[in-house]
Design a protein around this ligand. Structure first.
Ligand SMILES: [Fe+2]
Length: 267
């Protein structure tokens, strides 16, 4: 068995003010259940990546509750912003997370076998993603500098997924992003998203990508519907267990709130 380095992928935690409820669910409670499950089963993970929509309304108090949850996670946490977040309130509560020279929450973390690059697609006042020239120039420089295979983390996907309502609020102008990666696609071993609230896997110009269910509410799989209304659906929340080893990037999905008992298959 190859040596794997383990990491956790969480997304769209959507915490609200005063640890209240959202769509009939309690985001803080659901996140705490994930944290407890991760600590019990994956305490050997080297870090946890959270791909945005950390809070639902960007409220300062919601970030304080988020920090309280994440402080109990037994590994470093690497968050990015989503469309529901507030850059200012995030920075107030997570002052140690780096920013680029223009104040965007973009940073690089050198892992054992990969370079992790975290991007900021948040734009105040809108739900679609924005990746401007300034952010794209930073990404280009980070990609050119990377000496190991790159893992890219961003909230919004930069391609249509076939759900009209979500495509409407995806990365709106993809040209700066596409220019930033042009010719360097082979350096990107995997791209991780949030935003969609349901599992998706695929490739773009040969780059593998994935996302997974939110720890709170979900989006129904409604295709060929031109409505811009986002259809919600409550499914099992998930987190991802990422195994990195040699040339492998392997992602397991764990439905951590699950009444199914373990049993031994045989016969
Ligand atoms: Fe979200």
């Amino acid at each position: 068995m190859p040596r794997f380095d383990k990491y956790i992928h969480l997304t769209d935690t959507h915490l609200v003010k005063d640890a209240g409820t959202l769509y009939g669910l309690n985001p803080k409670q659901r996140l705490l259940q994930a944290v407890e499950h991760i600590n019990r089963h994956h305490a050997d993970a080297r870090g946890a990546f959270i791909t945005g929509d950390l809070t639902h309304n960007g409220h300062d108090n919601a970030y304080a509750h988020l920090r309280e949850c994440l402080d109990t996670l037994q590994m470093p946490v690497y968050p990015i912003l989503g469309n529901h977040d507030s850059r200012a309130n995030f920075q107030q509560n997570f002052p140690l997370i780096q920013r680029d020279a223009h104040g965007f929450v973009q940073y690089v973390v050198e892992l054992e076998q990969h370079t992790a690059i975290f991007l900021d697609t948040n734009e105040p006042g809108v739900h679609w993603g924005v990746f401007c020239q300034q952010r794209a120039q930073w990404l280009r420089a980070a990609l050119e500098k990377a000496s190991k295979p790159v893992l890219l983390f961003m909230h919004h996907p930069f391609f249509p997924i076939g759900i009209t309502s979500m495509d409407h609020i995806s990365l709106r102008d993809t040209r700066p992003f596409e220019a930033a990666i042009a010719g360097l696609e082979s350096r990107i071993a995997h791209c991780f998203f949030g935003h969609i609230h349901r599992p998706i896997f695929g490739t773009f110009r040969g780059m593998p990508y994935s996302t997974l269910r939110s720890t709170n509410h979900h989006v129904a799989l409604v295709l060929q519907d031109q409505s811009l209304d986002i259809v919600g659906k409550n499914e099992n929340p998930q987190y991802g267990v990422l195994l990195l080893g040699g040339t492998q990037v392997l992602l397991h999905l764990e439905d951590y709130i699950d009444s199914g008992e373990h049993f031994i298959l045989g016969g």
